[in-house]
Structures are given as structure tokens and as C-alpha cells.
Design a protein around this ligand. Structure first.
Ligand SMILES: Nc1nc2c(ncn2[C@@H]2O[C@H](COP(=O)(O)OP(=O)(O)OP(=O)(O)O)[C@@H](O)[C@H]2O)c(=O)[nH]1
Ligand SMILES: [Zn+2]
Length: 231
């Protein structure tokens, strides 16, 4: 089990950012929280203006003149909003009064992230599961925690581990797993330009290391649920 007691020492953790053990920590500068969001938007706006002008674009053009500010807002408020611990969803838990003892799987969670190597989109699906040891979490919180960590410059491996570790901490159990299957536009649209390939990453904590439990989780992911038949 990862040791939450070891990680309350640095500034980032004091600000309420994750918990997560060093292997899954987003590499942040020591002064990451000393710049306000408005200052970040202003600096990014000016940098994007530089980039576009360097490319030879005329920023007096009607369509382009708002672009640096639009990009700055998209970065700080949306695409990278998960860098601000204030945006971390509250993972409130409640008691497992109904004594449900099987695994719970939240599957096909939409992943929109950004590859930190090229700043290009990562688009895919996450599947998250846990086995309760007494605590239960609202279903939507699993979607929200995936989205929170996705909204950072990411590598898919780290995103997968961050989701698992955040849920382990909230639920007080090791028995959490996550599988992500995603397309990286840096692979699909440039570089090797392989439009078909996607990347699968997984993290299996606690009981999910057992091959039968892992198999059950993977079978649920594969299960074809045709909701149209229900309506
Ligand atoms: N492990 C991992 N690699 C990633 C992820 N996203 C992108 N990459 C890879 O990061 C690598 C960066 O490789 P470099 O050789 O430094 O950069 P590059 O010359 O742009 O690489 P190419 O994409 O091969 O053109 C590439 O192989 C990407 O496919 C990710 O989430 N995880
Ligand atoms: Zn990339």
C-alpha cells in the first residue's frame, strides 16, 4: 500500500495536491503555486503571441487577434485545470451499509488529456474498479477523478497510476484498478503517423493483482452492454 504518511512534507502536498507517491507525481516546479491563474493566463497569452508571430501570422487579422488569449484561457481554465489542486474533486465516501462485497466497475469513462511530450491530445477511455472494504464512493467521482488528472500535461502511465492512488487514498483500500485505452495524436497525426494504434496502460492494486480478480475486471470491460435494448 502506498504510504500517505510520508508525503505530507512538501509544499505541493500542503496545498492539497495529491498524495501520490513519487513515481506517479506530476513533475512540478517548486514555485508552481506562487503564480496566480490570471498571471499564468497573461504570460501564456504573450508566449502564444510570440509563437504565432514567429510563424509569420498576422495577429491584426480579425480571426487571429483573440487567439493568444483564447489559448491562454483554454490552457489554464480547461486543458490544464488539473494542475490547480483547488479543482480536485471532493471524493466523499459513505458507508457500505448494504454490504455489497463484489467489485464495482465504472467503465468507458471518457479521457481527454494532453501528451506532455508534444502538447497534443490524448483521447480514449478509462475503466476503473474497486472492491469496498467498508467505504463506498459516488459513481461520478470516478469519472471526475479521471478527468482531474487528465487535465494536466500527461503521460498515460502516470495518469493511470494517479487515478488508482487517489482512489486508494479516498477509499482506504489497496483494492483499486484502472485500465486506460487511448489514442495519442502525437502518434496518430505526426511522427510515425499510425492512425490505427492506441495505447493500453493498467494499474492493479491489492486484490486486483490476483489473476482471477483481474480477469473478472477485464471481462466486465469487454462485456457488451446494449442499452438500446433496455429502452
Ligand atoms: N511512454 C509514453 N510515451 C509517450 C506518451 N505520449 C507520447 N509518448 C512518446 O514520447 C516519445 C517522444 O520521443 P522523442 O524521440 O523524444 O520525440 P519525437 O522525435 O517527437 O518522437 P516521434 O514521435 O517518434 O517522432 C514518442 O515515442 C511518443 O510516442 C505517453 O503517454 N507515454
Ligand atoms: Zn506526444
Amino acid at each position: 500500500m502506498f504510504e500517505s504518511k510520508n508525503i505530507m512534507t512538501n509544499k505541493i502536498d500542503e496545498r492539497g495536491d495529491d498524495h501520490v507517491g513519487s513515481s506517479a507525481k506530476t513533475p512540478l516546479r517548486a514555485d508552481a503555486f506562487e503564480i496566480s491563474d490570471e498571471e499564468k493566463r497573461n504570460r501564456i497569452e504573450s508566449s502564444v503571441r510570440d509563437i504565432l508571430e514567429t510563424l509569420g501570422m498576422d495577429l491584426q487579422d480579425d480571426s487571429l487577434k483573440g487567439t493568444p488569449r483564447r489559448v491562454a484561457k483554454a490552457f489554464v481554465n480547461e486543458l490544464f485545470s488539473g494542475l490547480n489542486p483547488a479543482n480536485k474533486p471532493k471524493l466523499s465516501t459513505f458507508d457500505n451499509n448494504y454490504k455489497y462485497g463484489e467489485m464495482l466497475v465504472e467503465k468507458n469513462i471518457t479521457v481527454y488529456s494532453t501528451c506532455e511530450h508534444h502538447l497534443l491530445p490524448i483521447v480514449g477511455r478509462a475503466h476503473v474498479a474497486y472492491i469496498s472494504n467498508g467505504n463506498v464512493i459516488g459513481l461520478s467521482k470516478m469519472n471526475r477523478i479521471v478527468d482531474y488528472f487528465a487535465k494536466r500535461p500527461q503521460v498515460q502511465e502516470r495518469l493511470t497510476m494517479q487515478v488508482v492512488q487517489a482512489l486508494q487514498e479516498a477509499l482506504g483500500t489497496d483494492d483499486v484498478a484502472c485500465v486506460i485505452d487511448a489514442k495519442h495524436l502525437c502518434v496518430n497525426s505526426r511522427g510515425v503517423r499510425d492512425i490505427e494504434s492506441s495505447t493500453v496502460t493498467s494499474e492493479f492494486g491489492g486484490k486486483f493483482k490476483d489473476k482471477d480478480i483481474r480477469r473478472e475486471f477485464l471481462d466486465y470491460i469487454k462485456m457488451d452492454t446494449n442499452f438500446n435494448e433496455i429502452q
